[in-house]
Design a protein around this ligand. Structure first.
Ligand code: X90
Length: 276
């Protein structure tokens, strides 16, 4: 029984130990240059290029064909996608799943809509691996993941909403009315899988305190925390130390965002996935 996990690159994961895992890249395009969000992407370089580029930059989700290629020849496949509230990735994966099951009767593909991005997706992938290693049959794993995915959360700080507004992922009206366009914000993934601003933040310290207060408010009790940042290792380590100070037993990992999340979070941006 060949089991496989496939996630789009909004999960910021390139490989996972001890399991068959494939990342399906989204793409960032600025003018005539395209950045495929795979292992070869040089993120600091992309961020530098984008700073210098004054035209419109856009992103695109993987098409059905890319999901199908990633399925390979596996018999049981679980996909995790970026929120269907902001991207077509979930839809493309669902179409691929239907086609794959039609072409290979008896095989199973389940697509989990994370209703989130980045490290919350990573928590889901980690949990799928745990459950698979425990030997859970496919249907039970699916039921358990439906439950688990309701217990994970995402909070983040973004340097601005510029790329989200320019790409139509957050409405211009919302951003301008709230005066959020050119200021760092702390926000959360809403239950519907859309971006919900929570605070405007000036200064690093206020930002980290804002993130911490969101975690507290949303019931973090010291489980897994995944902190992913765009070229902000020092800030992410400060954040990790603040979490440890409050919850010494927390299981924390810090790592870099890949291309898609870096594009939207911008330099210094930070995404935190946590259990509650
Ligand atoms: O299909 C596409 O082109 C991808 C569009 C993605 C748009 C949103 C990406 C967000 C990345 C920023 C903060 C997290 C917000 C999550 C809210 C659910 C990360």
């Amino acid at each position: 029984m060949q089991f496989k996990i496939v996630a789009d690159s909004a999960a910021d994961l390139l490989s996972m130990g001890g399991v068959d895992f494939t990342s399906v890249p989204l793409t960032i395009t600025a003018g005539s240059t395209s950045y495929v969000d795979d292992a070869d992407l040089n993120i600091p370089r992309m961020i530098e290029d984008l700073k210098a580029y004054k035209g419109k930059s856009i992103t695109a989700c993987p098409g059905t064909g890319m999901w199908l290629d990633a399925f390979g020849d596996a018999e049981e496949i679980v996909c995790v996608t970026i929120t269907s509230g902001l991207s077509g990735s979930y839809n493309a994966a669902c179409v691929a799943a239907e086609e794959y099951m039609k072409a290979h009767p008896g095989r199973k593909v389940w697509v989990l809509d994370s209703l989130s991005a980045g490290p919350e997706m990573a928590l889901m992938v980690e949990k799928i691996i745990d459950l698979h290693k425990q030997g859970l049959p496919f249907e039970e794993l699916r039921a358990e993941m439906e439950r688990y995915s309701k217990t994970t959360n995402l909070t983040f700080s973004l340097e601005s909403l510029r790329n989200l507004v320019n790409n139509g992922r957050v409405s211009q009206a919302t951003a301008t009315l709230a005066g959020l366009l050119n200021i760092r914000i702390v926000g959360i993934a809403s239950d519907e899988g859309t971006l919900q601003p929570v605070h405007k933040c000036r200064g690093e310290k206020r930002t980290y305190e804002g993130l911490l207060s969101v975690m507290k408010e949303h019931g973090f009790k010291g489980g897994r925390v995944r902190i992913a940042h765009c070229m902000n290792e020092a800030g992410a380590q400060t954040m990790a130390a603040m979490v440890t100070a409050q919850w010494p037993q927390a299981d924390i990992q810090v790592y870099s965002l890949r291309g898609l999340c870096s594009f939207y979070a911008e330099e210094r941006g930070m995404l935190i996935g946590y259990e509650s």
